[in-house]
Each structure stands twice: as C-alpha cells, then as structure tokens.
Design a protein around this ligand. Sequence first.
Ligand SMILES: *Cc1c(COP(=O)(O)O)cnc(C)c1O
Length: 217
Amino acid sequence: MSLSDIQDRIAKAEAIAGRTAGSVKLIAVSKVQPDARVRAVLDEGHRCFGENRVQEAAGKWPDFRKNFDGIDLHLIGPLQTNKARQAMELAQAIHTLDRPKLAKTLARLAQEMGHCPDLFIQVNTGEEEQKAGVLPRDADEFIAECRGLDLPVKGLMCIPPVDEAPSLHFALLAKIAARNDLTGLSMGMSGDFEQAIALGATHVRVGSAIFGERVSQ
Ligand SMILES: *Cc1c(COP(=O)(O)O)cnc(C)c1O
C-alpha cells in the first residue's frame, strides 16, 4: 500500500457512495512511524496528518513545519487537560473532545488564546469501558453543552470495537450527527475506511495502510 493507492481507493469509495470527489479528507496517521516514512509522504505532497500523543507530535511536527508549508495536523488520541494548551498550539483539529472538564478547559484557553482548533466530539458507540468518548445516550446533551461554551464543534468521531461490524457504529455516529446538525464525521481506519465513506465519513484516519505496520505503540 502507499499514499496514492489509498487516495485512489478513497476516490472510488466516494464515487460509489455518490459523494462529491474530494469531499473526504485523508488524515495520514503518522504516530510512531519513522521520520523518513513521514517525510516521504510529505514529499509526495500530502499535508494532512494525525497523531495521538501531544508529546510525540510536539517532538516532530515543529521541525517538519520548517520545511513544509500548509501542514494540517489532527490530534486523534486521548487528551489530558494539562496538555490542552500545547495541543491547541500544535494542532488544527482535535478529534477527542470527550468530557465536560476538557470542554471547559478548551473554552477557557480559546478565550485566552483567541483561537481554537476544529473540534470533534468522540462518541463511545460500543459503550466499551476502556474506551474514551461520551455514551451515545449522553451525546446530544454534551454537544449542546460544548456549543453553549462557544466551542467550534465540527463533528463527531468514533473508534468501533475491534470485534464488531464497524458499519453499525458508523451508522450510529452518522445518526447522532444528523440529529444535531453536525456535518463532520471522523470515522474509518485502515481496515474499514471504505465502509465509513459509504456511511458518510468526512475524515478518515488511515495509518498502517499508508506507512506500513507500526513498530510499537
Ligand atoms: C492509530 C489510529 C488510527 C489509524 O489506525 P490504522 O489501523 O493504522 O489505520 C486511527 N484512529 C485512531 C484514533 C488511532 O489511534
């Protein structure tokens, strides 16, 4: 697999789903990948990347930014409130807004800093204990709470349980987004991004299918 293979598959999936060409954003998930692989994808002209740890992102993206213009960095991993400021300085989007305390912190920092990354609310569609995200039944209330804080909520994000059909989770996320007038849907990874696109994904998060297997995590 390579970047262009994935781009082709996304284009096909868009066409099959009757979606506008180019309407799905590919987030190349570069976490724990060697810099040489990331640089190769940058050299091919791709600019949208995903990282799941603030620390790791802070360690490599400021340097890449010195050499490449227009980098669009998305944080897709759990965010501690004490890392929120650094996350907001680094990233153009945060996909893991998942609790009131974090919402309040982001709102306070947004006031202070005068800007805020695009936000996606993570929904724990599989209601898994070990997974972050608001429960589906609490989603409407939390979305309203975030909007009440003037946060720029662009959409919803989910990570389906590994042992279940992802489509059910993508459909549920799309339904919650639709009833809350949210257009962004961050869903779909290496193994299931075409299904996610069929169900309305606007952002797919693809790592290993582009970069190869991660060495460790
Ligand atoms: C690592 C990760 C991905 C990418 O996973 P792949 O299976 O390598 O495509 C997507 N989303 C999140 C939240 C991740 O942590």
